[in-house]
Write a protein of this length. Structure first.
Length: 88
């Protein structure tokens, strides 16, 4: 319902870095398998959800020095109008 009303954003990585698996496990308490799947999704096309959820994830990744970009899904076949979340 929130996605239908407010739209979605895509969170993408800016460049390549180290392994996201330990970062996602620590941040979200994921199992090894869940973290591997999440890291694969994020490393490829990115993750899509609400602006708030993706902003919180971007901020958390920034604390681990992982640079990301938020892109409106409406302007995104491959990345117009990015909003970059810089590491904190």
């Amino acid at each position: 319902m929130l996605l239908a009303e407010y739209g979605a954003v895509r969170l993408r990585l800016d460049g390549k870095g180290g392994s996201l698996v330990p970062v996602l496990r620590e941040m979200n308490g994921l199992s090894l398998g869940e973290a591997r799947l999440g890291a694969a999704d994020l490393s490829e096309e990115g993750l899509i959800s609400t602006f708030v959820e993706m902003t919180l994830l971007a901020q958390g990744l920034g604390r681990w020095s992982v640079a990301t970009t938020l892109v409106s899904s409406q302007s995104d076949p491959r990345g117009d109008a990015p909003r970059t979340a810089k590491p904190s």
